[in-house]
Design a protein around this ligand. Structure first.
Ligand code: KIV
Length: 424
């Protein structure tokens, strides 16, 4: 049967910044409002950001990265507003769930102080500070030695903790191209300094899933104090591998995944929240040894639509889960299967994601459609044709459909039937 997607259990594990209270629970960190907004041209107003944050709260994301407060006054206000409103909206029906509100900062005091000023009104504020650790970034971008970078990272985390922030995330930017031994050294040092989450960015999207999984496994095995922090993934999509890399990271022990709605973000974007969430939802039990999350998937479609509308970033029709064609079927063979049993060509029920189609089986009538689908649609339109009559209408339909890239509408079908009735 079609996999029925139930909303996640309202029971979510208690939130402790650096502790996995349930070893199988994967936290979702949404960075649509920060990394997503860094998509060229995707600027959001602070009002739009607040609306999206409210939706992310309904969706049940664990951590909302609301912006980069030091980047502009407007971003500061946007983050601050979200911290005050969404960051205090406790949902008792979901085990006292309130999202962590996070602000990004470079590894310097001014950025960190500004991020703290922006997020501190939230019930669960987080500062996310980062510095690059790959040889190319340290030499050409930062012009710092590895020792200096370790010191800056440690000072940043200590400064953030010193402000009273109990939840500090540290990212070694470009971790995907960082020497493993140096990565372990930086991570051990920042955990000692008080980092509660260590986020591993594949900043340039160069990693292949088994390789990214090995990076996470290497961290688990080689950073002595790793149990005092949550490991997180942050995968860019330059090779189209961000979802696979995030899942490989979770399989190897990461318990936070950073994603964006519709996969928007710098260049080719980030891991798409809906893809990672659905993969865990459908395959968590069987493939990922019981991993699960706390998202209410019925809010996927409306959140996706809102992000599309506010950012102006259209989703390609064949995008997994939220693309217009993700639950549409054109070929006759597929349509016949769908009309008999939806599980023949669909692995999930779109209605459970808030996607409601015009017809029950997502039939798109076009050049590849078969008799079964055309007959069914005609019946729904009040023309129960059979035998020779149906053959003639179907033959005419095929002739016209071959010339139409946009498919055939109900009006087209009715016109063909009327033409036939009129002629006979
Ligand atoms: O892609 C990246 O490296 C980032 C970090 C700041 C996490 O966005």
């Amino acid at each position: 049967a079609v996999q029925r997607i139930v909303s996640a259990s309202p029971e979510r594990p208690d939130y402790v910044p650096n502790k996995i209270s349930d070893p199988n629970y994967v936290r979702f960190f949404d960075t649509t409002l920060r990394d997503g907004e860094q998509s060229p041209g995707a600027t959001l107003t602070s009002g739009e950001k607040l609306e999206i944050a409210r939706n992310l709260h309904k969706l049940g994301v664990d951590i909302i990265e609301a912006g980069f407060p030091c980047s502009s006054l407007d971003d500061f206000e946007g983050v601050n507003n979200i911290a005050k409103v969404v960051g205090n909206d406790v949902d008792e029906s979901r085990n006292g769930y309130v999202p962590v509100i996070c602000g990004l900062s470079r590894a310097n005091k001014k950025d960190i102080q500004t991020a703290w000023d922006a997020v501190s009104p939230a019930k669960r504020p987080r500062i996310h500070t980062f510095i690059a650790t790959s040889p190319i970034h340290m030499e050409f971008k930062l012009r710092k030695t590895p020792d200096e970078v370790v010191q800056l990272a440690v000072d940043a985390v200590k400064f953030a903790r010193g402000l009273g922030c109990e939840d500090v995330e540290f990212s070694p930017e470009d971790a995907g191209r960082t020497e493993p031994e140096f990565l372990y050294r930086v991570l051990e040092a920042v955990i000692d300094a008080g980092a509660t989450t260590i986020n591993i960015p594949d900043t340039v999207g160069i990693c292949i899933p088994d390789e990214f999984g090995d990076i996470i496994a290497g961290i688990k095995n080689n950073v002595p104090n790793v149990d005092q922090a949550i490991i997180s993934t942050h995968c860019q999509n330059d090779l189209g591998l961000s979802t696979g890399n995030s899942l490989a990271g979770a399989a190897a022990g990461a318990r936070q995944v950073e994603c964006t709605i519709n996969g928007i973000g710098e260049r080719a974007g980030n891991a798409s929240l809906e893809e990672v969430a659905l993969a865990l939802h459908l395959r968590g039990e069987t493939h990922f040894k019981g991993l699960y999350h706390g998202l209410d998937l019925s809010h996927i479609a409306n959140t996706s639509k809102m992000v599309t509308e506010y950012t102006g970033m259209a989703v390609q029709p064949h995008k997994a889960i939220v693309g217009a064609n993700a639950f549409a079927h054109e070929s006759g063979i597929h349509q016949d299967g769908m009309l008999k049993n939806k599980a023949t060509y669909e692995i999930m029920d779109p209605e459970k994601l808030g996607i409601f189609r015009k017809d029950d089986a997502g039939i798109f009538l076009g050049k590849h459609s078969g008799r079964h689908a055309v007959r069914t649609r005609l019946q729904e339109l009040g023309y129960p044709l059979e035998g020779e009559e149906l053959n003639e209408v179907f033959a005419r339909f095929k002739k016209i459909a071959e010339l139409r890239s946009g498919g055939m509408s109900d009006e087209d079908l009715v016109a063909i039937v009327s033409e036939k009735v009129f002629q006979s």
